[in-house]
Design a protein around this ligand. Sequence first.
Ligand SMILES: O=C(O)CCC(=O)C(=O)O
Length: 252
Amino acid sequence: MNTTLVTDEMLQTYRRDGVVKVPQIITPDEASRFRKIAMDLLEAMPRNPDRPFNHKVNVWRDDPVLKTLTQHPNVAAVAEKLAETRLRIWHDHILAKMPALDVTTAFHQDLVKWPYDRGANALSAWIALQDKPVEMGYMSFVAGSHRMLDVADMGTNDQDAWREIAPEIGLGPRVTLPLQAGDCTFHYGMTFHTAGPNQLEDWRVGFVIIFVDASARYSGKKHVVTDPLQLAPDTIPPDDMFPPLASFYEEP
Ligand SMILES: O=C(O)CCC(=O)C(=O)O
């Protein structure tokens, strides 16, 4: 495990802004290898040009190579260091914007869509599997918005929802981050974010691994990942489907 990936300053940034960039959490070679596999999976899926992204969830359960990314020791170690608690995988997904896709990912908070309490300690690692310049629609986060716990859920394709529901986020300080292949952003589950359209003629491929406090209880709220499992509400999710991170890396 590379313990130098997170400095005290980065930890403070994450706490203050609800987002931090961790450069080169994987190598560009690893990113390129993972991107090829992600592209094979994307090519086999139907495309939806009206959505801000195409995605495939729980990749780690189907693909043994991408499983090594979901369980990458650097990512697991950084996630637990930032969260300052033991975590489990909530789910992963390939998140890709089609070439020349003129659809913005609308402002939203992730955690309000998940079957956990809004106060749960949850975070996403968004790993760039290729260089991601501004023209590919990089992510932009509203700094400090992870403290906004009472805003109604906004759809990722509901472009004007924020204007009606929480116009103040349009004026908030923004953290907007270009990424090189292998770079990663970690954002807290309640941090408002958006991503621009993809203006280039190539897929913009990201891989997102989402973590939640290992002791957080499943609420029973509807979600595509948990609905088929018929879990009992107000219970801790099972380790085999939502593995704790502890086994993915050696503690320092
Ligand atoms: O990649 C995008 O367009 C949006 C990503 C996102 O919303 C997320 O990872 O939570």
